[in-house]
Design a binder for this molecule. Structure first.
Ligand code: HEC
Ligand code: HEC
Ligand code: HEC
Ligand code: HEC
Length: 495
């Protein structure tokens, strides 16, 4: 064949290859379009969902995949080293916590968080919300438990929603459906939406408009409605996020100091304390995944394909129970490798966290001994400030979920400063003891179990438990009856 003939053959070959390639690209596009129209079709509601509909099962009629995966939250009992959804009594496991929270509800009862659909039953059951005789918590406590919350805010007004007690019947009998579809979705468009005013207001004070965030940011912000640090601003217990100076642990600490805010006065040390809530969003923001643009939903609600339908897995849980979909879409390592990466990091963070909590607990107990021996306000003031800051920083890591995995380096840094402040408080206390003529070392009580620690801080657990079971037998049953009359069905939250 001549040179020319060879060239012609090549052109034909190229032509044929191009046709084949174009054909396949066409096929791919049409399949993508089909997928798209498939998911769009799914978003056309067969049943209209009313404004303010709070029952998951009603939304579920239109979106069975999302509903079914969401409801798995109720029965999952996944146990792993530092996470999962099994009922774990943290006070039993770490009795120092009882001392750290002396004079505050958490010293009575504190368990591992469970799935969203358990939110109502868990808040009713905890000793922190009290019983019939004692009802220590404000209504604001309901805020992150149910899609009935935005419904009632709409009905009564936001301020009015926060007013009153947790146990008031106009909340108890109305906040009945556990966290669900209506907390994150607009019922008309199914778009992600922010239903909690505290988040919108916090961004407004930073000069940001919630409407301006990207879709990927919204995949974290729907979680940041609840998985954040917050406090009840006086008067009126108005739910507020302390972000005006920024999201860092020091920024929020400075905010609280400036506002002269305390959650309670410590029963032993008399320090003006802060209770860190669960700053998952704030901690996460400091980590590598957030910096690379990964959102909460990427790991906790990964895509899933079933019967040719692709949807977001609404079984929101420990990603370690679903590594293939949660991690391996981005990481090529084996499941075993990824699991041990996480658990090894968590083991190390817990090791340092334990040092911090023992040091802060010792500082509280020593401060009590100093008071008992006649220490003055003036002598104690710098000590109490150190204790306040040491515990706030310890709790910033301890109260946030994932045992530091969301941002391991930041967790270690903050724990380091907590230990430093607790040790400084203890050395200042030694000087106070010398001045008071108290012989060193001072004798410390035995707080090696939950029961011993609770007896030491003066809690009458028998009375608290009796009052709680009275509440569950009377008031709670009344609430359920009223709720059933109002909404017809009663969501099965009693798991
Ligand atoms: C890169 C993946 C990833 C992202 C993104 C992520 N998490 Fe996590 N999260 C984890 C892992 C891993 C754990 C630890 C699970 C364990 O120990 O069982 C965890 C634990 C948790 C837990 C406790 C779950 C349990 O079973 O104890 C909560 C709550 C949580 N994350 C909320 C969030 C929120 C809110 C965001 C966004 C602000 C977020 N996560 C972003 C991976 C992620
Ligand atoms: C905690 C917040 C949250 C709750 C509660 C929630 N969703 Fe979602 N939902 C999301 C997120 C995040 C996405 C992903 C949206 C995206 O990326 O556009 C999503 C996506 C969806 C989609 C779009 C298709 C898909 O699967 O990606 C539908 C439909 C949906 N959810 C239905 C429901 C229903 C029904 C319920 C109640 C049973 C529910 N959701 C509860 C956060 C939530
Ligand atoms: C309306 C408030 C609210 C919103 C919105 C919310 N959460 Fe939660 N979340 C909670 C509460 C309350 C609990 C603890 C429930 C319990 O223990 O009864 C919880 C528990 C969890 C757990 C622990 C579940 C387990 O099995 O260990 C994970 C993980 C979690 N949330 C992740 C998320 C993610 C991711 C988002 C956003 C897509 C989100 N949450 C949005 C309030 C909320
Ligand atoms: C959407 C993609 C994405 C998902 C999902 C994801 N990661 Fe990552 N991960 C990243 C990126 C990007 C980095 C940063 C690595 C880099 O840029 O070199 C990273 C870093 C890490 C690191 C190193 C952290 C460090 O501090 O150096 C670990 C460990 C890790 N991921 C574990 C996990 C685990 C476990 C999961 C599932 C629970 C997960 N990742 C889910 C994208 C992802």
């Amino acid at each position: 064949m001549s040179e020319n003939g060879k060239g012609k053959g090549l052109s034909w070959l190229l032509f044929l290859v191009t046709i084949v390639v174009v054909f396949f690209i066409g096929m791919m596009i049409s399949s993508v379009v089909e997928r798209k129209s498939e998911s769009v079709a799914r978003l056309q509601l067969t049943n209209e969902i009313a404004d303010g509909e709070t029952r998951n099962e009603v939304w579920g009629q239109d979106f069975p995949q999302e509903y079914e995966t969401y409801m798995k939250l109720s029965n999952g009992e996944f146990k792993i080293d530092h996470g999962g959804s099994a009922m774990i009594d943290y006070l039993e496991e770490f009795p120092e916590l009882v001392v750290l929270w002396a004079g505050y509800g958490f010293s009575k009862d504190y368990n591992q968080g469970r799935g969203h659909t358990n939110a109502i039953i868990d808040i009713r059951n905890t000793l922190r919300t009290g019983g019939v005789k004692s009802s220590p918590m404000p209504a604001t406590c309901w805020s992150c438990k149910s899609p009935d919350v935005p419904r009632l805010m709409e009905k009564y007004g936001v301020k009015e929603f926060y007013s009153g007690k947790w146990s008031d019947e106009n909340k108890g009998a109305e906040v009945i459906n556990p966290i669900g579809c209506g907390d994150c979705h607009d019922s008309k468009t199914m778009n992600l939406t922010i239903t909690r005013p505290a988040l919108v207001e916090a961004f407004e004070r930073q000069g940001k408009n919630i409407e301006d965030f990207t879709h990927q940011e919204m995949r974290s912000l729907v979680c940041a409605q609840c998985h954040v640090e917050y406090y009840f601003k006086k008067p009126g217990n108005y739910l507020t996020f302390p972000w005006d100076k920024g999201f860092a642990v020091e920024d929020m600490e400075a905010y609280y100091d400036e506002a002269d805010f305390k959650d309670w006065t410590h029963k032993l040390s008399r320090a003006p304390m802060l209770k860190t809530q669960h700053p998952d969003y704030e901690v996460f923001k400091t980590g590598i995944h957030a910096r690379r643009g990964v959102a909460c939903a990427d790991c906790h609600m990964p895509y899933k394909v079933e019967g040719g339908v692709k949807f977001s897995d609404h079984h929101i849980q420990s990603p370690l129970n679903n590594i293939a979909n949660s991690c391996q879409v981005c990481h090529k390592e084996s499941e075993e490798q990824l699991r041990s990466d996480v658990v090894n990091t968590q083991d190390k963070i817990l090791e340092i966290r334990r040092i911090a909590e023992k040091a802060v607990a010792a500082a509280h107990m020593q401060a009590k001994i100093a008071w008992d021996n006649g220490a003055t306000e003036e002598q104690m003031k710098p000590v109490l400030k150190l204790i306040r800051h040491a515990q706030w920083r310890w709790d910033y890591v301890a109260a946030s979920n994932s045992m530091g995995f969301h941002s391991p380096v930041e967790a270690m840094r903050v724990l380091g400063t907590s230990i430093q402040k607790a040790e400084q408080a203890k050395s200042e206390l030694s000087l106070v003891f010398v001045k008071l003529g108290v012989p060193l070392p001072v004798a410390m009580p035995d707080i090696s179990t939950k029961a011993l620690a609770q007896a030491y801080i003066g809690l009458d657990m028998e009375a608290l438990n009796a009052d709680k079971s009275e509440f569950l037998k009377t008031t709670a049953v009344e609430w359920d009856k009223k709720a059933k009359e109002r909404q017809g069905t009663l969501i099965n939250y009693q798991k």
